[in-house]
Write a protein that binds this ligand. Structure first.
Ligand code: DX5
Ligand code: ZN
Length: 215
């Protein structure tokens, strides 16, 4: 078994039973809990904010991996860090160039791991200069905004690109359309963390589904 970090997305959980659904994936071998924060501006949907992260922190025993699909992340990272986020990943496309390094520094100063995410159409070399400073790079393999979409195979090369460009300890995470088959491709290309929503939460056997993502 590989050391792939599996981070089930609670976007596919039952929001009326979040505690039950978080414990369900923890018991089935999840490494992190992926929390998709959407603001209705950067992406068309609205989901959840820092108060829900704070509530999850009370009941979860594993790291909270918070994916900020929001404009102006600088305004909110402190709230999410205070709420108990362990990883804060912002979108490159949501931040002005001159604000990216201050944002990375801010996240790290809060004692949280800093991640940078790229949408499918973003050219990977656009974020080259930030790679030495982040703890995680998130490759989106669907357009952010909705769970349950199909994996975009033309994004898979980006995983290899970042694997080669980043320091060895930088986590290369892939998010969108992950199942056993696409996980295998991502791991072969160098992914070290996989996010999965529908595949995990709709599985008949969640233990087997999570195990199948570990390569
Ligand atoms: C999409 C989110 C994903 C999503 C993944 O905007 O960032 O984390 O929940 O869902 P699946 O695995 O169903 O594609
Ligand atoms: Zn996500």
């Amino acid at each position: 078994m590989s050391n792939v970090i599996v981070s089930p997305s609670i976007l596919s959980a039952d929001f009326a039973n979040l505690e039950r659904d978080v414990h369900m994936v923890e018991d089935a071998g999840a490494d992190w809990i992926h929390v998709d924060v959407m603001d209705g501006h950067f992406v068309p949907n609205i989901t959840i904010g820092a108060p829900v992260v704070k509530a999850l922190k009370r009941i979860s025993g594993i790291p909270l991996d918070v994916h900020l699909m929001i404009d102006n992340p600088m305004k909110y990272v402190e709230d999410f860090a205070d709420a108990g986020a362990d990883i804060l990943t912002f979108h490159y496309e949501a931040v002005k160039e001159e604000e990216i390094m201050p944002l990375i520094d801010k996240i790290k100063s809060l004692g949280v791991k800093a991640g940078i995410a790229v949408k499918p159409k973003t050219i990977p070399s656009d974020i080259d200069k930030y790679l030495p400073f982040v703890d995680l790079v998130l490759v989106m393999t669907v357009e952010p905004g909705f769970g349950g979409q199909s994996f975009m195979y033309d994004c898979a090369d980006k995983i290899e690109y970042f694997k080669q460009k980043c320091y060895a300890d930088v986590i290369i995470q892939v998010d969108g359309g992950i199942n056993a088959e696409t996980a295998d491709l991502c791991i072969r290309n160098g992914a070290t963390s996989l996010v999965a929503g529908n595949y995990v939460y709709n599985a008949i056997n969640i233990n087997a589904a999570i195990a199948s993502l570990k390569g």
